[in-house]
Design a protein around this ligand. Sequence first.
Ligand SMILES: [Zn+2]
Length: 283
Amino acid sequence: MPELPEVEITARGLRARILGSRVAAAGAMDWPPMLPNAAPEHLEATVRGRTVQTVDRRGKYLLMGLEGDCWLVVHRKMSGNLLLHEAGDAPAPHTHFALRFEGGAELHFVDPRKFGRVYLFESRARLDAFLSDRLGLEPLADLTARRLTAHIRGRRGRLKSLLLNQRFLAGIGNIYADEILWEARLHPERAADSLTPPERVRLLHAARGILEAAIERRGTTFAGYVDETGARGENQQHLRAYGRTGLPCLRCGRPIQRIVIAQRGTWFCPRCQKRGGTSPGRR
Ligand SMILES: [Zn+2]
């Protein structure tokens, strides 16, 4: 599933290419569950003729701001990709939403598994209410040691589950949760409120470092994530925990273990990420 870095890469790529473009038409809306809050005809009539003024990201949501306080919001879920095409290119199989811009470019939402969603909001206030119901702190914008401490207080859940909780930190999924915990040398089943202050600082720095490095590498491509031009990311070549069952830990050489937490495969190093915590400074 595209996580924060993959959505950020797509937002940056689209920003460079579609800002200032006017929507000529919306179409290919053949899968009603993909539009949970607007009928296709209403969405088409509402966005047609409006210019794209902003392209941003919040958590795993891509936010397109259209003139007149109108917002198109895309969540790619498991398999969705947003691809820019030239006019007249035949849509790829599994295209379930498309925007055509004046001048010819087209933005196609291609989603084989059809879990992706496209929302329409007709004011920033409605968009903000939707997002604030669902999302907590932005790891790269809002996260400070003080805020992390305040947010983690009283959370008895396991660290892995907490990192996956979008209302806690927005944008982290299964891949980056495992990578962050490996980097921070924290066991995924640790109770969140048992972290010492140095461990919380390690978690904070690991979250920022892992996500920023993944953005620099243009995301992680496994099943199908590609950017708006169809290019794959490179971060899959740099993973140190996720998916590495039995391979040596790149820090200590012990085989990486896989366990299941909240029905999600979870990879960690049993030596570097001890259940009882690690002493400060230990590598
Ligand atoms: Zn290790």
